[in-house]
Design a protein around this ligand. Structure first.
Ligand SMILES: C[S@+](CC[C@H](N)C(=O)[O-])C[C@H]1O[C@@H](n2cnc3c(N)ncnc32)[C@H](O)[C@@H]1O
Length: 344
């Protein structure tokens, strides 16, 4: 393995707010303010699109989604994601919105020693979070969910919420929602090569991205989604998909030695095609190791069965499955998979 390379593993933050205006809500935060937030994180906007429900930004390192009452921001590399919290709280307060819950998740960094504060350790992240979020979000939980593969594959989760706060608006909506976060390492080298640009291809990042989306079959994961894609130079790829009020997002670090790809989407708990979606994703990357984390609001999460049966026909075996409950987030299931027989 390379001594140091690009850190593909993302840090992900989901913030819920309450306020009076449920029409545009947080989408009223000005673009100049968003840019200031991202300056703290140390990344920039590559492209932005909006539909009737939310705004989706492709960033120089991953993605940002802004809904009327929630913000999801996911960044990789050596970005300082948690530093977005104070300015996000500030700019939301200017339009009458208050933070009601916070969820921070990440996998295990490939190059942990390259991470700057507060991402130097999970302990540092949790203490930074506890000092940064308003003190009324006092119902907190931090946990590292293990896997059987090795201690280098575990799932870090922190949540915080206001005790007894009735999540009136988003609870209703969130009730039927679940989030799936897939992290894949050790990608099939032949498939990973599709995320490298040809030298002097005379394409823009947008047109090269569009070609990769089609060439790899990413456009077939959800044919109904509006896709915003971007290819980095000389390699690397990011996309956001928008389908009504649901987003999906893919980020690829294709370099040999530290290759990584992630897929994330929200869907209805009742959606019966989620296994189909995961199967398509696995076929695009053929990873040597994969983790799947699903978060369902409520006290049960049965999606793990669907995940396992979706990828078993592709030769993947579920090596571990951990389940835990978190205030405000619900039930988190963390599964790891590897091919039954490694082909190299
Ligand atoms: C930003 S993208 C996708 C992010 C995603 N979290 C991931 O790493 O899977 C990362 C890939 O793009 C490449 N890359 C090229 N130029 C880049 C830039 N200006 N900023 C960030 N990544 C860049 C990196 O080497 C890496 O392969």
């Amino acid at each position: 393995m390379a001594l140091s390379g690009f850190e593909g593993f993302e840090k992900r933050l989901e913030l819920h707010f309450f306020g009076d205006d449920f029409q545009l809500g947080l989408r009223k935060i000005e673009f100049e303010s968003i840019k200031l937030v991202l300056e703290q994180v140390q990344c920039t906007v590559v492209s932005a699109v909006g539909n009737a429900y939310f705004d989706a930004y492709v960033l120089s390192e991953s993605s940002l989604f802004v809904y009327p009452t929630k913000i999801i921001i996911k960044t990789c590399g050596t970005t300082q994601l948690l530093k977005s919290i104070p300015p996000l709280i500030f700019f939301s307060s200017l339009i009458g919105f208050t933070l009601s819950s916070c969820r921070y998740t990440r996998g295990t960094f490939i190059f942990p020693k390259s991470q700057p504060f507060p991402h130097t350790s999970f302990k540092d992240e949790v203490s930074y979070l506890e000092h940064t979020i308003p003190s009324n979000l006092s119902f907190t939980k931090a946990s590292i969910m293990p896997s059987s593969i090795s201690s280098s594959h575990s799932w870090h989760v922190f949540t915080a919420t206001i005790p007894h706060h009735h999540h009136h608006h988003h609870h209703q909506l969130n009730n039927q929602l679940f989030t799936m976060e897939v992290c894949m390492t050790d990608l099939d080298p032949i498939l990973a090569r599709k995320f490298f640009r040809r030298p002097d291809d005379e394409k823009t990042g947008h047109s090269a991205g569009k070609d990769m989306t089609e060439l790899t079959g990413i456009d077939e994961i959800n044919p109904d989604a509006l896709i915003c894609d971007f290819a980095f130079d000389p390699c690397g790829y990011s996309m956001n998909g928008m389908d009504g009020d649901w987003y999906s997002t893919i980020h690829v670090t294709p370099e040999d030695g530290f290759s990584y790809a992630s897929f994330e989407c929200v869907a209805s708990v009742n959606a019966n095609n989620i296994g189909h979606v995961l199967r398509k994703v696995v076929q695009i990357f053929r990873p040597g190791t994969m983790s799947v984390s699903t978060t369902c609001s409520g006290y049960s999460n049965e999606t793990w069965k669907q995940m396992a049966s979706a990828v078993e026909p592709l030769g993947f075996k579920c090596r571990s499955c951990a389940m835990d409950q978190f205030p405000a987030a619900g039930t988190v299931v963390f599964q790891t998979f590897t091919p039954r027989r490694k082909s190299t």
